[in-house]
Design a protein around this ligand. Structure first.
Ligand SMILES: Nc1ncnc2c1ncn2[C@@H]1O[C@H](COP(=O)(O)OP(=O)(O)OP(=O)(O)O)[C@@H](O)[C@H]1O
Ligand SMILES: Nc1ncnc2c1ncn2[C@@H]1O[C@H](COP(=O)(O)OP(=O)(O)OP(=O)(O)O)[C@@H](O)[C@H]1O
Ligand SMILES: [Mg+2]
Ligand SMILES: [Mg+2]
Lengths: 226, 226
């Protein structure tokens, strides 16, 4: 479902400096796979995830999603993908600040015109243990609670591809385990799951681990049955 | 150096809802101690830290910092404390968005009128491994890099009290270890260090672990020599 070929991403900073965040990434993910992306801070994980999630474009290289070349898609097609087919859990949450937890989770359902949006959003917040925080805005929640609202928002549309960028970074062990079992359930129901983590215990839940270092793929192996 | 008595913090949400984030906290920290504050997501760790760091006031209860009751301090005294004596590493970094990493770290030194501010800021960014990112603004840095800029900014004034809220949450193992040895060095030089973490391996670096659950202190013990 994901096929990248020689993905390169360069950032220009002023006239003299250029940062190569990705230096030619070839990554293939089959439908229904669970892949963990690991690597040091600054190695290019979020940059790669943003391109896979159609939120950013590479400097060069190709990216085919479910067989279609993304660079040739219309902005409507991309918006559709982002709203319904792909569930994106951002490393910095990206919640709407003046909107409650419930409204933030309801938003993608309203965008798609799904009936019963409020009820489904309440359910998603229950999956992540936040039933008693529905009417809090992001700045009225702890950081780990904000992260869980972002997770509920990504899963509420039942997307077929879930891209999770460090979904447990701000959670205690028990909340982390609850989120991982939630993601495992979604994966068992047939979803494709790509998850960035710097925690070994979290990466071990995956079937396959891919490692980035300085914008290059240095490791790509299936792990023993998790 | 820190002495709280029955600290309570309540948030009112609309007319009907009240959240008790802290329900009567008694915490005493001696000068030169290294204490880890742990506990589930939403248990009140950041709320407690913000009161200790004089960034928030309790609903009731007393807080004495180096023997002085904080609620009786003038706003100038509080600003002085926050600028020079207390180094605060925020869980969400709180960097100035339109300012480079170097300028963000230099800011507290300029506020104090310290000479050689630029050189000292460069040094602090070297301690956290970001010498090659001095002129990047926060949105031109990875999340873990932003966290390390926040750490450099807190340490550059050589504060006597360091309050670190999840300083390694977004870092890989190696970068985490580098930050912990940096904090250990500061502690060995006589600093008082209060560190919030949800990671057991990080908590084990401390001499004493304090656990919060639902706004109450449920555990407070010295750990074996780390
Ligand atoms: N401004 C606010 N208004 C209402 N409730 C709030 C506000 N800020 C925090 N809370 C609530 O107070 C509780 C404690 O929040 P706090 O940020 O201290 O938790 P925490 O232990 O730091 O959590 P985490 O590990 O997720 O960062 C949470 O349940 C949160 O929902
Ligand atoms: N807008 C930008 N301009 C310039 N450089 C950037 C920009 N965004 C990212 N970078 C750089 O690209 C590199 C990769 O960043 P990225 O966010 O993908 O790393 P990461 O692996 O997700 O790190 P972390 O684990 O800390 O989140 C970093 O070194 C960063 O400094
Ligand atoms: Mg990242
Ligand atoms: Mg917190």
């Amino acid at each position: 479902v994901i096929e990248t070929c020689q993905l390169v991403k360069k950032y220009k900073l002023g006239a003299a400096t250029e940062v190569s965040a990705l230096r030619g990434i070839d990554l293939q993910v089959e439908e229904g796979e669970f892949v963990a992306i690991m690597g040091p801070s600054g190695s290019g994980k979020s940059t790669l995830m943003n391109i896979i999630g159609c939120l950013d474009v590479p400097t060069s290289g190709t990216y085919r999603l479910s067989g279609s070349e993304v660079s040739r898609m219309s902005s409507n097609q991309l918006a559709d993908l982002r709203a319904g087919k792909i569930g994106f859990i951002f490393q910095s949450f990206n919640l709407l600040p003046r909107t409650t937890a419930l409204e933030n989770v309801e938003l993608p359902l309203n965008y798609q015109g799904v009936p019963n949006a409020r009820k489904r959003a309440e359910e998603a917040l229950e999956w992540v243990g936040l039933s008693d925080r529905l009417h809090h805005r992001p700045n009225e929640l702890s950081i780990g609670q904000q992260q869980r609202v972002a997770i509920a928002r990504a899963l509420v549309t039942h997307p077929s591809l879930i891209l999770a960028d460090e979904p447990t970074g701000n959670l205690d062990t028990r909340a982390s385990q609850e989120i991982m079992s939630l993601l495992q359930t979604v994966h068992r129901q047939g979803g494709t799951l790509v998850l960035i983590t710097h925690e070994m215990e979290i990466g071990q839940h995956a079937q396959r681990v891919v490692r980035l270092r300085d914008g290059l793929l240095v490791f790509d192996e299936s792990v023993a049955d998790p």
